[in-house]
Design a protein around this ligand. Sequence first.
Ligand code: NIG
Ligand code: FE
Length: 410
Amino acid sequence: MRMLIKNIRGLLSVYDDSPGVLRGAKMNELSMLENAFLAVDNGRIAIYGSMEEWGGIEDWRNLEVIDAEGRYVLPAWCDSHSHLVFAASREKEFEDRISGLSYEEIARRGGGILNSAQKLAQMDEDELFESSLLRLRQLVESGTGALEIKSGYGLSTEAELKMLCVVARLKEESKVKIKATFLGAHAIPAAYASKRRAYIDLILEEMIPAVAEKKLADYVDVFCEKGYFSTEESLEIVERASDFGLKSKIHVNQFNAMGAIPKLVAAGVLSVDHLEVMDEEDFEALSGSATIATALPLCSLFLSLDYTPGRQLIDRNAALALASDYNPGSAPSGNMALAVSLACIKMGLTPAEAINAATINGAAAMEISDTHGSITPGKVASLIITEACESPAFLPYSFGRPAIERVILS
Ligand code: NIG
Ligand code: FE
């Protein structure tokens, strides 16, 4: 594919050499080239520059020309945390919450993750694949170009592998760049309610080796939370994963600060995700750290939780990413443009910080910042063209409806 996008009002996140990740004050720098062109060759960003410098193209064969007058072009969203593969929606729990039950109470009554696991056990792989593919296609329309997808609604070796096989098929089928994460430690399944240690041993001795041997996961995740997996259990799983060469991305501090973050950071996890509840020691651990702090504002909105203190994290020199957490229980939406808006409205990020958090830092949280997350020659052409607007701030300002005219994935 050869493509020329011309008359671009502003080409955002332009770097000749891409940063791996942006941290602290650097997150407020959204490099922009005004009145620009961008050429794509063979699915890669070939060259960009200002329209004044553009010498014209001699060979117009097989070249698609897009006139982006009045529009901004930026990297497609890099959504580093989702549970896209699931069997059924859970709107009954939504109604229960409106009636006053909390997410945790619903889970204690057998709803929540265990409800999703029960439904997933009954669905065959093909049906799971088709329904997930449909959701993935919808995400592309709202600008997602790269996506991490977790298992975690299987909770048996067989069903976890089924989920990861679906993710592998999505990788094959879609132009979205996908990373797979094994989340066997999402909840203790009903059959192990009275023998939780046996389930942890199953994860350590059977599931992680099987997933690694079949090369079905890029990462391992744990729901480190009261009533789910303790800090010590989480660290055991992180260590076991690293024995198999797998890094970890951990759900933590969603409802409680349990002192886990400093230990997870010391263990070298790639990202810690959620962080709605934070202690001083958690900020200290993430300040200047290579571990990426991932905020999930759609979950905060949907469950009426506190928002991750993104402003403080950036001011304390952390690397902050934004992701959707798309899942049937706590965030049934993968709308990254809305996540970017909420980061500005509720977390106090500037539009530049929020866009960087949802692009280059999301890419870093999936270890794909060498190919995605910025406009850099040689990177994959994974692009958003906005609607005609006056400034990049129009993206988060236009909340609830992505102000996106076209998404280009290669
Ligand atoms: O990230 N918190 C743990 N896991 C998911 C929710 C899973 C569910 O409710 O199905 C989350 O919010
Ligand atoms: Fe999640």
